[in-house]
Design a protein around this ligand. Structure first.
Ligand SMILES: Cc1ncc(COP(=O)(O)O)c(C=O)c1O
Length: 324
C-alpha cells in the first residue's frame, strides 16, 4: 500500500531534490518497517504467541506491542555475562525475546537458537550481526545511523501483513539541525522526535529513511566501530568488570565499561562527553539487589561510532584516566 505522497508516475522537471548517494542497504532482502518495536509487533501478530519471556534488562518501548495486542509477558533475569538465567520453561506457544546486548552477544544468540525454536532476537543494538537462518530477528536503524526511524525484520512465517508506508519528514528536524547548528542544538528536537515514535502503527519504512540507508558506506562504519572499540579495550580491559570475548567484535554499538565508581558519568558529562543510560525504566522494574539494577546504574556506554577516530577515543581515555 502507498501513502498519499507516493505518485504512480514520476514527474519530470521542477526544482532539484535533496541529493543523497545511492547504494545498497545493508539488509536489502529483509522486511523494511518503521520501528524496531513495530517489527516486534509484526512477529507477535503473525506468530500469535500466548506468552512472551522478556528480559528485565531492555527498553520499556518493547512493552508497547505486548500491551497493545494483549499478549502476556514474563520477565527473566540475566547473569554476569548478560546471558539469560534459564530457570523458567518456554512452552510451545511462548516466545523468548533476547537482546543482542551492544552487539557483543552473537554467541549467545547462536546458543539460544539451538535450544529454543521460538527465539526472537532483538538486534536493535547489533546492526551488523547478521540474522541466523530460521530465527525471527529485528533491527532498529536509528541506533546506528542518522535516520529518524526505520527497522529491518527477518520473519520466519510466510504470513505477510499489508501495510501503508510511513512518512518520517516530521521527525527529521534534529538530524537537519545537527548539520546546520551543531548536534547539541538538535537535542531537544531529538527528544520530541523520540516521543512521537511511541504508539505509532506498524508501517513500511519511509522513503526518506530508506534513501538515507541506501547511501551509507557500511563497510567504513563497521571498520571505525571495531577500530575505536579495540582502541578503548586495549586500555580499559583491565578495569572493566564486564568481561567479554573481544576476538570477534562485529561493529558493536558502544563500548560497555562496567565499573563500581559512580562519578564517571558526571565527569564525562562535564567534558561534554555524553553517555546514554541503558535503560532508566529498568530501575522501576527491578530492585536494588538485582544485577540489572546494577548494570543500569554502573554501565558506562562509551560512544565508538563512525563519527569518531582514535583521537576522540584518546580524549575519552584522558578523562577516564583521571578517575580510574
Ligand atoms: C534494545 C531495544 N530494542 C528495541 C528498541 C526499539 O527500537 P525502535 O525505537 O526503533 O522502536 C529499543 C529502543 O528504542 C531498544 O533499546
Amino acid at each position: 500500500m502507498q501513502n498519499q505522497y507516493s505518485n504512480k508516475m514520476k514527474s519530470i522537471g521542477g526544482y532539484l531534490e535533496l541529493q543523497l548517494s545511492r547504494g545498497e542497504e545493508f539488509y536489502p532482502s529483509l522486511i523494511k518497517l518503521n520501528t524496531g518495536r513495530n517489527a516486534f509487533e509484526y512477529i507477535l501478530k503473525v506468530k500469535r504467541y500466548k506468552l512472551v519471556h522478556i528480559p528485565y534488562y531492555t527498553c520499556e518501548v518493547m512493552l508497547e506491542p505486548l500491551k497493545k495486542l494483549g499478549v502476556q509477558f514474563q520477565y527473566y533475569t540475566i547473569d554476569e555475562n548478560m546471558d539469560p538465567v534459564l530457570d523458567f520453561e518456554v512452552g510451545p506457544d511462548d516466545g523468548l525475546l533476547y537482546t543482542n546486548y551492544f552487539g557483543l552477544k552473537q554467541d549467545t544468540v547462536i546458543r539460544l537458537s539451538k535450544l529454543f525454536e521460538n527465539l526472537i532476537v532483538d538486534n536493535s543494538q547489533a546492526f551488523f550481526s547478521e540474522p541466523l537462518e530460521g530465527v525471527d530477528t529485528f533491527y532498529s536503524c536509528r541506533k546506528f545511523f542518522g535516520v529518524p526511524d526505520g527497522a529491518y525484520l527477518q520473519c520466519t512465517s510466510d504470513v505477510r501483513l499489508k501495510l501503508e508506508k510511513d512518512v518520517s519528514v516530521d521527525r527529521f528536524s534534529h538530524l537537519i539541525k545537527s548539520i546546520d547548528m551543531g548536534i547539541e542544538s538538535g537535542y531537544e528536537d531529538f527528544i520530541v522526535n523520540n516521543v512521537v515514535l511511541s504508539n505509532n502503527p506498524i508501517r513500511k519504512m519511509s522513503s526518506l529513511s530508506q534513501s538515507i540507508l541506501s547511501g551509507i558506506d557500511y563497510k567504513a562504519c563497521k571498520y571505525r566501530r571495531n577500530s575505536n572499540f579495540m582502541y578503548l579495550h586495549d586500555f580499559l580491559e583491565s578495569y572493566n568488570d564486564y568481561s567479554f570475548d573481544a576476538s570477534s567484535v562485529n561493529g558493536p554499538m558502544i563500548y560497555p565499561l562496567l565499573i563500581s565508581s559512580t562519578e564517571i558519568r558526571n565527569k564525562l558529562f562535564e567534558k561534554r562527553i555524553y553517555v546514554a543510560t541503558y535503560w532508566p525504566n529498568v530501575l522501576e522494574w527491578t530492585t536494588k539487589k538485582m544485577y540489572e539494577y546494577y548494570l543500569t546504574t554502573h554501565l558506562i556506554a562509551i560512544p565508538i561510532d563512525h563519527r569518531y577516530t582514535h583521537s576522540e577515543m584518546k580524549r575519552i581515555l584522558n578523562v577516564l584516566k583521571t578517575i580510574l
